[in-house]
Design a protein around this ligand. Structure first.
Ligand SMILES: Nc1ncnc2c1ncn2[C@@H]1O[C@H](COP(=O)(O)OP(=O)(O)O)[C@@H](O)[C@H]1O
Ligand SMILES: O=C(O)[C@@H](O)C(=O)COP(=O)(O)O
Length: 421
């Protein structure tokens, strides 16, 4: 295994797995630390999906180290810590504390941090993160239900989360190409910096980072920064490219969309599905808390829907609604209530004949997939940048599209099905 990856949420893991698979690496994604009986011998890359983005920092560290240990035992030569392209975190973590712990684990004293993903509008310039050209703190991420991002300066954001000195390798070095980037890493290291935020405005920068950083014991970032790794491995070790998948065979069965993301892209996708007349049920978090709505009621509703087309169950709400709910229930508790309900609904889906699922939201996907008895995923074709179809490798036979909250075109919930055979 060339690369062992630890992702802090499930949709982030599929995003990274897609990037590596598209680059020609045989890639398997596991849900949590791989089961010991899972055959990973043919994988060039294994991506372990955790649910560690918003748990207490000590727990995130423990989960990440357990994953690192297992990947190392599986033969991983390098580690990659994947977090969100919008750097979702709080001053308590978990990007800083997990990076610190993984650096110590690898016995290394230097790594980079770069969430850039230009295909999805995320760029880093002079250490500031932009989302579709808007500074992070002015983007819709300022209202995220769990990790509101109110500072665009990533050096500052990360420095609040780690005691290790954070530096910056900026645009000018990126423009000068791989050799200059390597010199910039050496310069920053000599200056005492242990983690460097790296600028990247386009895919050329990302590929150059891959070539410059492929030999680091640990890399950290969004999926974009992994773009150059497959080519770098091929160059250094003659690794042959696997053919990325195109068509996709999915198990026969009914279709459903579960949306627990309140991000702006998902809000648009829910609206497009409603406009198209999909049968839809909205879960109101306050009703769930009071018992006025339950998972069983949602399942009863689902059973009464026509089997021919997809149905939508969503808790997606605008920032005002979310704020009202959170002021009554508390931020984390509100999130848990919704996640638990969607997970309870998901648990019943296979027996009701649902085999093709779209799930919107990272935390939501984590909760839903752990309820579905799925341990590992094969990566299929890309629906939109960062979102592939996947198929379970054991347990319930399911086709799953696990969509990051802010990814995908407005018609994602309508068009994704067309790729399934
Ligand atoms: N109506 C709502 N009110 C409050 N919290 C909600 C609501 N709907 C969903 N949530 C919670 O918001 C969080 C969304 O996070 P996530 O699923 O990761 O989405 P994203 O990918 O957009 O970040 C989840 O914990 C979810 O349970
Ligand atoms: O890097 C990204 O943006 C995604 O891969 C990701 O991690 C998104 O997380 P959610 O928005 O919580 O789905």
């Amino acid at each position: 295994m060339k690369l062992g990856c630890i992702a802090d949420d499930l949709t982030g893991a599929t995003d990274l797995a897609l990037m590596l698979a598209r680059g020609g690496l045989q890639t398997i994604q596991t849900i949590g630390v791989p089961r010991t009986d899972l055959d990973l011998s043919r994988a060039d890359a294994v991506v372990v999906a955790l649910k560690s983005r918003t748990v207490p920092a000590q727990e995130a560290i423990a989960q990440s180290l357990a994953a690192a240990e297992s990947l190392k035992k599986g033969g991983a030569q390098h580690l990659f810590f994947k977090y969100c392209s919008t750097f979702d975190s709080t001053d308590e973590g978990n990007i800083g504390p997990v990076t610190d712990a993984l650096l110590a684990f690898t016995g290394s004293d230097f790594t980079l941090a770069c969430p850039a993903f230009p295909a999805n509008g995320r760029t880093v310039y002079k250490g500031h993160l932009f989302v579709n050209g808007v500074p992070l703190h002015e983007s819709s991420m300022k209202d995220h239900p769990l990790t509101p991002m109110r500072d665009s300066n990533l050096v500052r954001v990360l420095q609040r989360q780690t005691k290790l000195p954070v530096g910056l390798v900026s645009y000018e070095d990126m423009e000068a190409g791989p050799a200059a980037i390597r010199s910039a890493f050496a310069r920053e290291k000599a200056a005492g910096h242990r983690i460097v935020i790296v600028d990247a405005l386009n895919d050329t920068h990302l590929r150059a980072i891959g070539l410059s950083a492929a030999d680091l014991p640990l890399m950290t970032g969004g999926s974009g920064v992994a773009m150059g790794l497959p080519a770098a491995y091929r160059q250094s070790e003659g690794l042959t490219a696997a053919t990325p998948s195109t068509g996709f065979d999915a198990p026969a069965g009914r279709r459903i969309i579960l949306a627990g993301s309140c991000s702006s892209a998902t809000r648009g996708q829910v609206q497009a599905a409603l406009d198209a007349g999909l049968p839809a049920l909205k879960l109101n978090a306050l009703d769930l808390a009071s018992g006025a709505m339950t998972a069983q009621m949602a399942l009863d509703w689902l059973k009464s829907q026509p089997g021919s087309g997809p149905a939508l169950i969503y808790s997606t709400a605008n920032p005002n609604e979310v704020q009202t709910v959170q002021s009554r229930l508390g931020r984390m508790h509100a999130g848990e209530i919704v996640e638990n309900t969607l997970a309870e609904i998901a648990k019943a889906l296979p027996t009701l004949g649902f085999t093709r699922l779209i799930v919107a939201g990272g935390e939501t996907s984590g909760a839903v997939v752990s309820a579905l008895d799925v341990d590992a995923l094969a990566i299929g074709p890309e629906i939109d940048p960062g979102v592939p179809w996947t198929r379970s490798l054991a347990g319930n036979d399911l086709a799953l599209a696990l969509k990051s909250g802010n990814f995908g075109t407005p018609d994602f919930f309508l068009k994704a099905w067309n790729m399934l055979r």
